[in-house]
Write a protein of this length. Structure first.
Length: 288
């Protein structure tokens, strides 16, 4: 056979002896896929952000820089690194029950402290909590604690049983103690504290709850009434004692009182005609 006819046969033999080809440039097989859940590379099936958002491809010179930055951000979502804790911010010295308490917003601005959580001014405030109520004949003093809400002002409401509420004057949001005047002695009242902001006013109740916003009280009777009763009883007792003494004195005055010796008494009886009966068995010494 001629040499040119053997070349195709030799080429086929060499191809059969060589390993199977691959799509890689070096002729090596592709790596096996990872087993189990894994995170795909950000370059695979990635859709670039649209619009003028931060990190969009328009802000980079080419896509390689964009994807490199995206990959760095993607890697930052991994487990957090251990960081030593810094100093904790203290809570503000804010007392909800203190009279003329400085608002916590001002305390936080001055000392960089943390305020307790409160609802905003667009939410109706919760009801304040009455701590103590002291009543006298015509006055009542009330002490309450602020709610966990934004409060712009307070005011009192009171009413007699079965009647409508009467509203008192408006009070500053720092006030926690006030006095209600012009009450009627010996009368039952329902006293309430109401918190208000631009969203509305806090609710009231019937005064049964121990720490609610309302309290049922009764003013004591006027003290002059007891004075009048005491004076009347004392007068009756004095008049009774005087009457008994006069009656005994009259009895003593009406009895006759005889003074002197026995002879004078007998002579007085004879002269008055009361000689009495004679005794026949009586004998004088001369007769004996």
């Amino acid at each position: 056979m001629q040499a040119w006819t053997l070349l195709p046969i030799m080429a086929c033999g060499l191809l059969m002896l060589c390993p199977q080809g691959s799509p890689t440039s070096m002729g090596h097989p592709l790596p096996k896929p990872l087993q189990g859940p894994h995170t795909p590379h950000p370059l695979v099936n990635h859709t670039p952000l649209s619009g003028p958002e931060k990190g969009s491809p328009a802000e980079y010179d080419n896509y390689e820089d964009y994807y490199e930055d995206y990959y760095d951000n993607f890697q930052s979502t991994g487990p957090p690194r251990s960081v030593s804790p810094g100093p904790l911010t203290p809570f503000c010295a804010y007392d909800r029950c203190k009279h003329l308490q400085v608002p916590c917003v001002e305390l936080s601005r001055l000392s960089k402290c943390l305020c307790p959580g409160v609802t905003g001014p667009d939410v109706t405030p919760d009801a304040p909590r009455l701590r103590a109520v002291h009543v006298s004949e015509t006055r009542a003093s009330l002490h309450w604690c602020a709610p966990s809400s934004t409060v712009h002002m307070y005011h009192l409401k009171y009413r007699l049983p079965g009647e409508n509420f009467i509203s008192g004057p408006l009070l500053n949001s720092t006030v926690r103690v006030t006095v209600l005047s012009d009450l009627v002695p010996g009368t039952e009242y329902l006293l309430c504290v109401v918190a208000a902001n631009r969203a509305g006013s806090s609710p009231t109740d019937d005064g049964v709850r121990e720490h609610g916003p309302c309290r049922r009280v009764r003013t004591p009777a006027h003290q002059m009434t007891y004075v009048y009763i005491a004076v009347g009883l004392a007068s009756v007792i004095i008049l009774g004692v005087v009457s008994v003494l006069l009656w005994r004195f009259y009895l003593q005055k009406s009895k006759p009182i005889q003074h002197g010796s026995l002879d004078n008494i007998l002579d007085g009886e004879l002269s008055s005609g009361h000689a009495g009966a004679t005794n026949s068995s009586f004998r004088t010494e001369e007769q004996l």
